[in-house]
Design a binder for this molecule. Structure first.
Ligand SMILES: [Ca+2]
Ligand SMILES: [Ca+2]
Length: 185
C-alpha cells in the first residue's frame, strides 16, 4: 500500500493547490465528453509522488503534477467536467483510505472530504475564472500564491507568499474547515 500515515498528514495539509483543483467541482453539466473518474490506484500514485514533489521539489513541479492528473483533455487548462471527475474519484479513494487510518490522520481525511462537500463549487470556479472563459489556467488558480523555487509546502506556510485571507474569502464557509486542517491562520 503506497498510502502511509506520513503521506496522509503531509499531503493533506497542502491545501488549495490540489484543493482548488478538487474543490472546484460542480454538478456535471452533461458534456458530451465526460472525463473518466480516476481510480483509487491512480490516486495512490498521485499522492505517493505528489507528497514528495510538493514537499521537496520546486513548487511548479507540484503544480504540474496535479495539473497533468486533472487536465484530462490535455488542453492546458481545467474545466468543470475535469474537476468534477477528479472530485468523484477523490471521494471514492478517500472513503477507502479512511478505513485504514486512525486518530488524527483519519480525522484530517474526513475533514477534507467534508470540505469538498460543503464548498459551493460553481461560484468558487467562477471566482477563480478571472477571464470567464470556463477554463482555469494555472495563473488564475495560483492568483493568491506567489510561486518561487521553494517547495509548495513551504510557500503555503509562508504568509508573505500565500495570501490566506484572500483564499479564505473565496472559500466562504469552507474556510473554517481549512483552519481545522491545520492551515495557517
Ligand atoms: Ca482541460
Ligand atoms: Ca479562465
Amino acid at each position: 500500500m503506497l498510502w502511509t500515515k506520513w503521506s496522509a498528514s503531509r499531503w493533506l495539509r497542502l491545501g488549495p493547490v490540489f484543493a482548488a483543483a478538487f474543490l472546484a467541482l460542480a454538478p456535471s453539466t452533461g458534456a458530451a465528453t465526460t472525463p473518466l473518474i480516476p481510480s483509487s490506484n491512480q490516486f495512490n500514485q498521485l499522492v505517493a509522488i505528489g507528497s514528495l514533489l510538493c514537499t521537496e521539489a520546486p513548487a511548479q513541479d507540484c503544480v504540474e503534477h496535479g495539473w497533468r492528473f486533472t487536465d484530462a483533455n490535455r488542453n492546458g487548462s481545467l474545466d468543470v467536467e475535469e474537476l468534477t471527475a477528479v472530485r468523484a474519484g477523490f471521494l471514492e479513494w478517500a472513503a477507502e483510505v479512511q478505513e485504514s487510518l486512525s486518530g488524527r490522520d483519519r480525522l484530517i481525511l474526513n475533514l477534507g472530504r467534508n470540505l469538498l462537500r460543503i464548498v459551493p463549487l460553481t461560484p468558487l470556479f467562477a471566482l477563480y475564472d478571472e477571464n470567464e472563459d470556463g477554463e482555469l489556467s494555472q495563473e488564475e488558480l495560483l492568483v493568491d500564491i506567489q510561486m518561487d523555487q521553494r517547495p509548495m509546502s513551504v510557500i503555503l506556510a509562508d504568509r508573505n507568499a500565500t495570501d490566506w485571507n484572500a483564499i479564505r474569502g473565496r472559500l466562504g464557509r469552507g474556510a473554517a474547515l481549512l483552519q481545522m486542517l491545520g492551515l495557517p491562520q
